[in-house]
Design a protein around this ligand. Structure first.
Ligand code: SF4
Length: 276
C-alpha cells in the first residue's frame, strides 16, 4: 500500500484530489472565495495536465478527483478532459449550472452512466433569495439544467452555501431537490467561509488549517492544504494554506501534505457534507 493510500485509509487525509481548472467565471457571487468574475485573470491549469494529474493521483492511492474554479465549464475542451479523467478515477466537477445548453450537454453525453457527477450550487428554494447572492436568473437556469443532466444519466449533487437556513427554508430546498430527482445523500449544506469576497461582505465563518480537512489541492499557483486554500482577496492569492509551489511530479506536493498532516491533526471542517 502506498503512503497516500495508507493516509487516506487511516483518515489522515481526504481521498479526493482537487484541481482548480481556472479562476474566471460568468457570475460574481457575493461570497465567492476566489473573487471570480468575467474579467479576472483566468489562471487555468493546462487542460492536458488534468488527465495527467489524475493518472498520477490514481497511481499514488488517491481515490477520487474534484474539479473546481472559477466556473470550470468556461474552459474550452473540458468535457473531453473529464471523459478521460472519469476513466481513471471517480470524478466530480463543481459548476454554477448556467451553461448546460444543447452544445455542452451533447459534449457531456459520453459521461452518462459513468463514475462522474456534477455538483451544482443552489442556495434556496426561493428564486429571489438564491439570485440575490448568485446573480439574475441563476435559479431558473439551475432548475432547468438538473433534469437535463439526469436525463443523460449524469449524477447531480446540490451544494448549498449559506449563512444559516431556517428549518422550514431547508425543508423547502430539500423538497425541491427531491422533486428534481436528487436524493438527500447528494445534497451538501455548508457555511460560507470568510475568504475572498466574503471578507469584504462581512459574511461567513473563519476557517484555518485546524478547521479544514487535509485535501490536496492543485492550482496553477501551487499545491494547497484544502480546496479552501487557493482563494483570492483584493486580487491577491491567499498563501496561508500553501504547501509548495512545486506541483510536478505530484509526489512532491503529496509528500508536503503528508508531512503537515502527520505533524498535526485534521478534523471535519465546514465543507463536510451534511445530509438533509
Ligand atoms: S462562487 Fe462559483 S459561481 Fe459564484 S462567482 Fe465564484 S466561482 Fe463563480
Amino acid at each position: 500500500m502506498t503512503a497516500i493510500a495508507e493516509a487516506v485509509a487511516g483518515g489522515l487525509i481526504g481521498g479526493r484530489l482537487w484541481l482548480y481548472a481556472n479562476y474566471h467565471c460568468n457570475l460574481t457571487c457575493a461570497y465567492c472565495l476566489t473573487e471570480s468574475g468575467p474579467t479576472v485573470p483566468r489562471r487555468e491549469l493546462p487542460l492536458h495536465r488534468l488527465p495527467e494529474i489524475t493518472e498520477e493521483a490514481r497511481a499514488m492511492g488517491f481515490t477520487a478527483i474534484g474539479v473546481t474554479g472559477g466556473e470550470p465549464f468556461l474552459v474550452r475542451g473540458l468535457p473531453n478532459a473529464l471523459d478521460r479523467m472519469a476513466a481513471i478515477l471517480p470524478t466530480l466537477v463543481l459548476s454554477n449550472g448556467t451553461f448546460f445548453g444543447r452544445a455542452l450537454l451533447s459534449q457531456l453525453a459520453p459521461l452518462g452512466g459513468r463514475d462522474f457527477k456534477v455538483q451544482i450550487s443552489l442556495d434556496s428554494a426561493e428564486p429571489a433569495a438564491n439570485d440575490e447572492m448568485r446573480g439574475p436568473r441563476n435559479f431558473a437556469k439551475v432548475v432547468e439544467a438538473i433534469p437535463r443532466l439526469i436525463a443523460l444519466g449524469i449524477g447531480v449533487r446540490i451544494a448549498t452555501t449559506t449563512e444559516g437556513l431556517e428549518p422550514a427554508a431547508l425543508e423547502r430546498l430539500c423538497d425541491l431537490h427531491r422533486s428534481l430527482g436528487i436524493p438527500d445523500a447528494d445534497h451538501v449544506v455548508r457555511p460560507i467561509v470568510r475568504r475572498g469576497r466574503a471578507v469584504d461582505m462581512g459574511l461567513g465563518v473563519e476557517a484555518g488549517p485546524a478547521d479544514l480537512p487535509a485535501e490536496l489541492t492543485i492550482s496553477t499557483d501551487g499545491a494547497f492544504w484544502s480546496p479552501f486554500g487557493p482563494t483570492v482577496h483584493g486580487g491577491r492569492l491567499d498563501t496561508d494554506l500553501l504547501l509548495t509551489r512545486v506541483t510536478r511530479p505530484l509526489t512532491r506536493p503529496a509528500a508536503a501534505l503528508l508531512e503537515v498532516a502527520g505533524a498535526g491533526s485534521s478534523r471535519p471542517g465546514p465543507e463536510q457534507p451534511r445530509i438533509c
